[in-house]
Design a protein. Structure first.
Length: 213
């Protein structure tokens, strides 16, 4: 868990490679629906373009399908789900159908300041063709505004525009803060400083993860 731009997606991918379990990003799954122009994708696009949250019913439908694939049998890492109490209930129901329980979920909260959120998101770019994400300061493309992998043009996401960032951050804290309190009462919750170097953030996560064994 973490605010927009906290680097939780990067940390999720690194951790998934380390543990050999799938990283499941709600944002990536939703953007794939948009890319393939599915019926759900068209609704999602309208919400994402305006900085609004995607309806819970659609998020659950996309997440449930992904979580029930065979590669999640040894565990999985969630990025961006659940975001609030309704989605927590959705997760509990999905896990129950898989023979698991919410209490077995470990939570890592990667925190950064609001000023850092604005700075990071203003410099983020994405390739809508292949889904690759870049940051102009940390991992810029080799050729200006061109994706290294597919050669298509990279762009700033519409929900990374200043007004959309403000709405996203406000929505995040309104919905995430109570969720964090909820998990803190029953789950192992680790708070990680996301303003450190990427490798240091990962080291802190792994250190806390080993405490669970």
């Amino acid at each position: 868990m973490g605010p927009p731009g906290s680097g939780k997606g990067t940390q999720t991918d690194m951790l998934a490679e380390k543990l050999k379990i799938p990283a499941i990003s709600t944002g990536e799954l939703l953007r794939l629906e948009v890319k393939h122009r599915t019926k759900i994708g068209k609704i999602i696009k309208r919400n994402m373009d305006s900085g609004r949250m995607v309806p819970d019913k659609l998020v659950r439908e996309v997440m449930e399908k992904r979580l029930k694939e065979h590669d999640t049998s040894r565990g999985f890492i969630l990025d961006g789900f659940p975001r609030h109490s309704r989605q927590t209930r959705d997760l509990a129901e999905i896990l129950a159908e898989m023979g698991e329980q919410v209490k077995d979920v470990a939570v890592f909260y990667v925190y950064i300041s609001a000023a850092e959120v604005r700075r990071r998101l203003s410099r983020r770019r994405v390739c809508y063709f292949c889904g690759r994400t870049y940051h102009l300061d940390v991992n810029p493309p080799k050729k200006k505004n061109i994706c290294d992998f597919c050669g298509h043009r990279i762009e700033r996401r519409k929900d990374d525009q200043p007004k959309a960032i403000f709405r996203r951050l406000r929505n995040f804290h309104r919905e995430n803060d109570p969720l964090l309190d909820y998990f803190s009462r029953q789950n192992p919750v680790f708070r990680i400083n996301g303003e450190q170097a990427i490798k240091k953030v990962q080291a802190d996560i792994l250190k806390d993860l080993r405490r669970l064994k």
